[in-house]
Design a protein around this ligand. Structure first.
Ligand SMILES: C[S@@+](CC[C@H](N)C(=O)[O-])C[C@H]1O[C@@H](n2cnc3c(N)ncnc32)[C@H](O)[C@@H]1O
Length: 264
């Protein structure tokens, strides 16, 4: 895929989908998935917590056409008609509008806690990138991190959303429990304002280096931090840049807002 194409998607089209992923994390997703592709680290892609599809469509856009992308959500937001919620309907419409039609065979409508590893593996095989962004309470994190652990490939990455967000304190507890309960088998290699990126210990240095060397992340300050025995890279997005980006997008300049994050 052409770089200008994916950057335009991240900085312009993605904003048209209601949801929560912002450009810094979108660029981290891109960097990880590209590095996996360059190293032939294959596998499916999965997300718990699709909402209206903002990060789901980003994953679909970055993935190759033959990649299998699984979406899991309650899809119970808004009025129901003909057995389908408003959320589900507009999610499908977003896919058609963006030229990324949803494969409904790879959607699970329901509670992620009811899924077994076999349910995931039978649809997408072992997962190389698992986004955990569903229910934000401790029992959700316990169930979803377990499902992610049992379905990710050895080289897979698990991304936890809303870590260290005071609005959702139990997410942080869930991620810390997950890391501590597995005797160091998993470690955090990257942390952003909103997300914590985790992999198996054997791949820690590989993914840490992928973040440090990623061409898409040169616009950020990358600093070291420690989290439960691992040296993770913290992606710092300076306040001035965030303000500039918001100003550009809110004043109708979203097509050129990418310049706020240009790598020099
Ligand atoms: C914060 S939103 C996800 C945001 C989305 N990833 C994005 O990029 O915009 C959380 C989603 O998780 C879903 N959800 C909450 N609890 C769930 C559960 N137990 N099982 C599956 N999905 C769940 C909600 O329906 C909602 O759509």
């Amino acid at each position: 895929m052409f770089l200008s194409n994916i950057r335009k998607f991240i900085f312009h089209e993605l904003r048209s989908v209601e949801g929560y992923i912002d450009p810094p994390d979108a660029l981290v997703y891109l960097s990880i998935l590209e590095r996996q592709r360059e190293n032939d680290l294959g596998g499916g892609i999965a997300e718990i917590g699709v909402y209206f599809g903002r990060s789901y469509f980003l994953l679909k856009k970055i993935a190759s056409p033959e990649d299998r992308v699984l979406g899991i959500d309650l899809f119970d937001i808004g009025e129901m008609s003909d057995g389908i919620s408003e959320q589900y309907r507009s999610f499908l419409e977003n896919g058609d509008r963006l030229g990324l039609p949803v494969n409904e065979d790879l959607l699970v409508v329901g509670d992620s806690a009811d899924l077994s590893p076999k349910d995931v593996l039978s649809k997408v095989g072992e997962v190389r990138f698992f986004s955990v962004d569903g229910g934000h309470m401790l029992p959700n994190l316990v169930a979803d991190s377990q499902l992610a652990k049992e379905t990710t490939a050895d080289h897979g990455v698990i991304v936890f959303d809303d870590t260290f967000n005071p609005a959702w304190p139990e997410v942080t507890v869930g991620v810390a429990d997950f890391l501590r309960n597995h005797d160091g088998a998993f470690s955090a290699f990257c942390m952003t304002k909103y997300k914590t990126y985790v992999c198996r210990r054997e791949f820690h240095d590989f993914y840490r280096a992928a973040i440090l060397r990623a061409p898409h992340l040169r616009a950020f300050d990358l600093t070291e931090t420690q989290f439960l025995g691992s040296d993770a890279i913290r992606l710092h997005n300076p306040f001035g840049r965030r303000i500039l980006y918001e100003f550009m997008t809110r004043s109708g300049m979203s097509a050129i807002s990418e310049r706020a994050y240009r790598c020099h």
